[in-house]
Design a protein around this ligand. Structure first.
Ligand code: CAA
Ligand code: NAD
Length: 283
């Protein structure tokens, strides 16, 4: 099947990056959000990234304009009625995602594939709210999307081979590398990454070291590009907490219990870089 028109739902840090890479790879992209302000912010961040590429000589001004012309914005899900692929990147919450997928199942054409960029929620459960579970799949991009090469592709229990192959081909068309995984809490990426971040938060909580010291140990000692607390701020502390909760509930194992300090920061509205404060303060 040929994918030409794509809708990305959620214009936050992930959705805007996903929309950018699709538009850069010649797809027509509709960016959807419930908030006009998020759409404006998302488009502004795409334009900023493209301007940087023009300055660096990777893109001409004409190519930039063509990419921007392939992008449109909308607050109406009804505009998905002519889309071949929809990628959902709204908040990491099953109720919200379930509602979006139920509506999409009614609005989109029968051939359309419905993908989720969820970090950890079960694809099988998201698929079950639709009448087309064979066309529902996880397409998990990494942050920042324009830079990171991986797309973790998650097969739900009912995902068909045809759907998998269409998403694998599309991932390659974006210049990214697909890796196939099965549907278990946190998949591979966040089952391995998030307990490390949570443990780093515990070391701060227990007074073992300051956030700066923890990050320095992991950057200089393990050659990580960012320390785990800087990375947690970058991902969003709300998203980190949601993922830990999915791991904790999904496996029923106390080793995944979210650190109380993480809960406290999220309750305070300290969500990391996007809210201006997390383990660090942002200007
Ligand atoms: N959007 C677009 N481009 C960005 C960007 C952003 N938010 N941040 C950085 N870049 C680009 C820069 O423009 C720069 O590109 P050019 O110089 O070629 O124009 C390039 O990335 C390198 O940036 P910098 O030189 O400023 O900084 P850096 O070398 O430290 O790299 C980084 C920045 C790529 C983000 C690097 O710090 C890194 O790899 N960090 C770890 C990222 C990571 O682990 N991501 C996975 C998070 S987990 C996840 O996504 C899954 C989940 O479900 C939570
Ligand atoms: P974000 O908070 O930056 O953006 C979420 C956006 O969704 C907001 O603009 C919000 O207005 C919009 N939204 C909420 N409900 C909506 C609805 N019903 N319809 C349309 N738009 C709606 O979040 P994010 O960091 O971009 O994360 C989005 C998804 O991507 C989550 O599932 C998250 O787990 C996943 N993810 C995040 C990262 C990361 O590093 N932050 C990495 C990979 C995957």
């Amino acid at each position: 099947m040929q994918i030409k028109t794509v809708m990305v739902i959620g214009a936050g840090q992930m959705g805007s990056g996903i929309a950018q890479v699709f538009a850069q790879s010649n797809f027509d992209v509709k960016l959807n959000d419930i908030s006009e302000a998020s759409l404006e912010k998302g488009i502004a961040s795409i334009e900023k990234n493209l301007n940087r590429s023009v300055q660096k000589g990777r893109l001409t001004e004409v190519e930039k304009v063509e990419i921007m012309e392939r992008l449109s914005t909308t607050t109406s899900l009804q505009d998905a009625s002519d889309c071949d692929l929809v990628i959902e990147a709204v908040v990491e919450n099953m109720d919200v995602k379930g509602k979006v997928f139920k509506q999409l199942d009614e609005i989109t054409p029968a051939h359309a594939i419905l993908a989720s960029n969820t970090s950890s929620l079960p694809i099988t459960e998201i698929a079950a709210v639709t009448n087309r579970p064979e066309k529902v799949i996880g397409m998990h991009f990494m942050n920042p999307v324009p830079v990171m090469k991986l797309v973790e592709i998650i097969r739900g229990l009912a995902t068909s081979d045809e759907t998998y192959e269409a998403i694998e081909t599309t991932t390659k068309a974006l210049g990214k590398t697909p890796v196939e995984v099965n549907d278990f809490p946190g998949f591979v990426s966040n089952r391995v990454l998030m307990p490390m971040i949570n443990e780093a938060i515990y070391t701060v909580y227990e007074g073992v070291a300051t956030p700066e010291a923890v990050d320095e140990v992991m950057k200089l000692g393990m050659n990580h590009p960012m320390g785990p607390l800087q990375l947690a701020d970058f991902i969003g502390l709300d998203t980190c907490l949601y993922i830990m909760e999915v791991l904790h509930e999904g496996f029923g194992d106390s080793k995944y219990r979210p650190c109380p300090l993480l809960r406290k920061y999220v309750k305070a509205g300290w969500l990391g870089k996007k809210s201006g404060r997390g383990f660090y303060i942002y200007g």
